[in-house]
Design a protein around this ligand. Structure first.
Ligand SMILES: [Zn+2]
Length: 107
């Protein structure tokens, strides 16, 4: 069955992010700081993304981490939706028959 857009809660396009969120722990460089003994500062969050084949990173304040995570998940959901739609559209091309994958698992 074809699922409708509303049934899978598609995110708005202003509500997506493609990239990855990661944590970083740092040394501050102060002489007598606890981080000198290995107790690093952090975590600090960064978001990395690719544009024109280059990787960029931006700092994400803690208050925005949740939002970034949510938008990353939205992006994944959107991609999954497109893949599902693609599969359904291929099926239509084949006249409604199930499309069999190439049997590459032959031994
Ligand atoms: Zn320090």
């Amino acid at each position: 069955m074809l699922r409708k857009k509303s049934e899978i809660n598609l995110p708005g396009l202003e509500d997506i992010l493609k990239g990855s969120l990661f944590k970083r722990y740092v040394k501050c460089g102060k002489r007598h700081c606890r981080c000198k003994e290995g107790e690093l500062h952090g975590p600090y969050f960064y978001f990395s993304y690719i544009k024109d084949k280059k990787i960029y990173q931006i700092y994400i304040p803690k208050s925005k981490v949740k939002e970034v995570k949510r938008k990353l998940k939205n992006y994944d959901n959107l991609i999954r939706f497109f893949e599902e739609m693609n599969f359904l559209n291929v099926k239509k091309l084949k006249g409604g028959k199930n499309v069999k994958g190439k049997n590459s698992a032959k031994k």
